[in-house]
Design a protein around this ligand. Structure first.
Ligand SMILES: Cc1cc2nc3c(=O)[nH]c(=O)nc-3n(C[C@H](O)[C@H](O)[C@H](O)COP(=O)(O)OP(=O)(O)OC[C@H]3O[C@@H](n4cnc5c(N)ncnc54)[C@H](O)[C@@H]3O)c2cc1C
Length: 410
């Protein structure tokens, strides 16, 4: 079948991989000059198979005032005049109950485990170099309440197939000696040996290389303006290079998807910095999340990537120097002497978030239109499984996960 994939971020590229494997004639469109220039460019690098609990959860309700009124909070709600933002926020609050959050965690874990298997299958079929490492993750806790919540979540997830271990502060420092710098506030942590890291943008570039060699066509520098509809189908895509016709269309345009289809997406802006390691003895070996400062550190091919912040209501991607300075200070204070701090690569991107954090994957009410959208904070983690699920739905195969859990609903 002739399939047009709209968007060359990690979700579109992974979708193209699985569709091409089924023998389809795939063409990928993107306004950018190369793949992975959107939110997939310099994210936190986590293949976070066991850390997929939705952002909407009971703790949000406890911290609401801080998120709304404390300008220095790493998580912020910035109200705008856009009614879509308020509808999204109401639906987000509805998803914050304990039962909804537990059900959401189960659905996210099912997709992330499928994604882990799918990514490993892709790499077995086609080796790709993207600073990939299976080095585990340690989430450091600086409050007893936070540690108690984390242990409760660990127990919930153990029943869902996650292998995680609660560590004392001393055990955390034995595992990651760099954390001695926060020994004064560290109360413990959760260690997940099965977590992985990788460079999402490099994986997009590798997928481009592999897919091009296998006959997939790419149309970069092409703005997608709208989907032209006729008789309950998409008749063509209007682009800056003229109308494009295909038999099937897949919208995988990240936050740009909300201009093309009625998907409930809001941008949640985040930031990262990437710094070269100059003293590997002082640098972390595995991914570290320091919940006290809500910053994640990933060792990535001779660099450390530090990422954080979640700002709902911000829609431009110019890195704010104040936020970059916070990440720089956190990195320098947590792993002193580890990195060359004078040459940082700053970045900010927009997480394409749905209210309950579940992505929307599959067929829409238009006969030949599918979407693969709304991966929020976890698009790198969920891309391989989401692409696999999408290809199964196109082929009419029974997927490994319950497709209804991620159905677009429009
Ligand atoms: C600070 C930060 C840290 C993160 N950390 C992690 C992490 O550690 N692990 C994880 O799993 N996820 C993480 N994420 C989330 C992850 O980066 C995203 O979920 C993922 O990149 C989304 O991929 P995508 O392909 O859907 O979107 P994108 O990468 O944005 O790709 C969409 C593509 O569509 C194109 N496009 C859009 N509209 C149009 C149009 N009209 N015409 C033409 N082209 C168009 C864009 O140019 C873009 O290339 C993080 C995000 C941020 C911001």
């Amino acid at each position: 079948m002739r399939i047009a994939v709209l968007g060359a971020g990690i979700v579109g590229m992974a979708s193209a991989w699985w569709l091409q494997r089924d023998g389809h004639e795939v063409t990928v469109f993107d306004r950018a000059a190369t793949p992975g220039e959107g939110t997939s460019f310099a994210n936190g690098a986590q293949l976070s198979w066991s850390y997929v609990a939705p952002m909407a959860g009971p703790s949000v309700l406890r911290n609401m005032a801080k998120y709304m009124f404390d300008g220095s909070s790493p998580v912020r709600f910035i109200p705008t005049a856009d009614p879509a933002q308020w509808i999204w926020a109401l639906n987000f609050l509805r998803a914050c109950g304990a039962d909804a959050a537990a059900a959401g965690t189960a659905k996210m874990l099912a997709l992330s485990f499928h994604s882990r298997d799918s990514l490993h299958a892709m790499l077995d079929a086609t080796p790709m170099a993207f600073d990939h490492a299976r080095n585990g993750k340690l989430v450091a806790q600086s409050s007893s309440d936070g540690m108690a919540d984390a242990v409760a979540q660990m127990k919930l997830q153990a029943a869902m197939g996650c292998e995680q271990f609660a560590l004392t502060a001393a055990e955390c420092i034995a595992l990651e000696p760099g954390l001695a710098s926060i020994a004064h506030r560290l109360v413990g942590g959760i260690h997940t040996p099965s977590e992985e890291v990788g460079d999402c943008r490099k994986l997009c570039l590798e997928l481009h290389r592999v897919l091009s060699a296998n006959g997939v066509q790419f149309r970069f520098g092409t703005e997608i303006r709208s989907l032209k509809r006729a008789g309950g189908r998409v008749a063509a895509v209007e682009t800056s290079a003229g109308d494009v016709e295909a038999e099937l269309y897949v919208v995988a345009a990240g936050i740009g998807g909300r201009r093309l289809v009625p998907v409930p997406l809001q941008p949640i802006r985040g930031y990262s910095i990437t710094a070269a390691v100059k003293n590997s003895n002082a640098a972390p070996v595995r991914s570290i999340t320091d919940l006290h400062v809500k910053t994640v550190y990933a060792p990535l091919g001779g660099t450390i990537r530090a990422a954080g912040f979640a700002e709902l209501g911000a829609s431009d991607t110019t890195p704010d120097p104040a936020k970059i300075a916070v990440l720089r200070d956190n990195l320098a204070a947590t792993f002193p002497g580890a990195c060359a701090m004078d040459e940082l690569a700053p970045w900010s991107g927009l997480r394409p978030a749905t209210p309950n954090d579940l992505p929307r994957i599959g067929r829409t009410k238009l006969d030949n239109l599918l979407v693969n959208l709304g991966h929020g904070s976890l698009g790198f983690t969920l891309a391989a499984g989401s692409g696999h699920l999408l290809a199964d739905l196109v082929a009419g195969r029974k997927p490994a996960v319950n497709a209804a859990d991620y159905a677009p609903g429009f």
